[in-house]
Design a protein around this ligand. Structure first.
Ligand SMILES: C[S@@+](CC[C@H](N)C(=O)[O-])C[C@H]1O[C@@H](n2cnc3c(N)ncnc32)[C@H](O)[C@@H]1O
Length: 277
């Protein structure tokens, strides 16, 4: 039991937490609410896309603590992300207003923000997640994709290899963290082309090898343009990748009519007409 927390007078414990998203592009994606959480915090923790963005955040608050030093080559990211939760909770338990700032959306493909909010709430602290503009949002805008048109599946690329998943090639398929696909150890920041070849082999069960694949990187600085590469699926292993790319597979087959359900709905329509006649 921590001794630093001042007992509540009204049932709520002192100390609070907000996990906010900074969006993808420096300067232009920050919402007024996220900014206000940052400015009103006692301490700010930051997991951002690059150092320049961190410098920009430092202009908003005098006590910004980077979470990046907890990463290390050969160290499991599971350990790193638990440490992020622990350092943020230490300050919450000490009665501070804590703001965790994450690039993109804090709840999209990000374990620590969800976990720390869960822990804080379980201990009786007020905790809130403030959404941000994620890579997914930018992707829809930059690639001109409407996920509602054919449907859209999102997978963490390694999960697609480690587990038996059902891909629907009549919709869009969005793959995250392809740059480190297949890293069972969770200790590497990139895996090589041999690992991406395994991914291609799995995808080839549902897509032809000449199917066009989009490799997408959103602009993180206002001076940049989004980077969009189009390659055949078979060439995916040859493309250099960092932690910043998301891979999109457009639909490879037309939507198939569900004749049974259509007939059932038509019968319902006829019944409705008959009843109202
Ligand atoms: C740990 S997730 C973080 C996602 C982030 N929370 C968000 O809201 O977009 C990291 C993955 O996000 C995607 N990503 C990160 N930066 C990106 C960028 N600049 N453009 C496109 N995708 C990006 C990549 O798939 C990357 O492997």
């Amino acid at each position: 039991m921590d001794t630093l927390t001042i007992p509540p007078s009204n049932g709520a414990r002192r100390g609070s937490l907000a996990c906010v998203g900074l969006g993808m592009t420096l300067g232009s994606h920050l919402t007024p609410l996220a900014r206000s959480h940052i400015e009103q915090a006692d301490v700010v923790f930051a997991a951002l896309s690059d150092g320049v963005v961190e410098l920009w955040l430092e202009r908003m608050h005098p006590d910004v603590r980077s979470l990046h030093p907890y990463y290390a080559e050969g160290k499991s990211r599971r350990v790193t992300y638990q440490q992020w939760v622990d350092v943020m909770m230490t300050e919450v338990r000490a009665g501070k207003r804590v703001c965790g700032v994450f690039y993109g959306h804090p709840g999209v493909f990000a374990w620590s923000p969800h976990k720390v909010i869960e822990v804080a709430r379980a201990e009786g602290f007020h905790a809130h997640m403030e959404p941000g503009i994620s890579a997914e949002d930018c992707l829809y805008a930059d690639l001109g994709i409407d996920p509602g048109r054919f449907g859209c599946q999102h997978f963490e690329a390694s999960q697609l290899l480690f587990y038996e998943r059902r891909i629907d090639p009549t919709g869009y398929l969005v793959l995250w963290q392809v740059g480190l696909v297949g890293d069972l150890s969770l200790t590497r920041f990139t895996t090589g082309s041999a690992y991406r070849q395994v991914l291609v082999d799995v995808l080839a069960q549902d897509y032809p090898l000449d199917h066009e694949v989009l490799i997408y990187a959103a602009a993180t600085l206002p001076i940049q343009r989004p980077d969009i590469q189009r390659v055949a699926l078979r060439d995916l292993p040859t493309i250099a990748m960092t932690a910043k790319e998301t891979v999109v597979l457009p639909p490879a087959a037309p939507l198939k009519q569900n004749r049974l359900i259509r007939a059932r709905l038509a019968a319902l329509d006829e019944q409705l007409v008959a009843e109202s006649a």
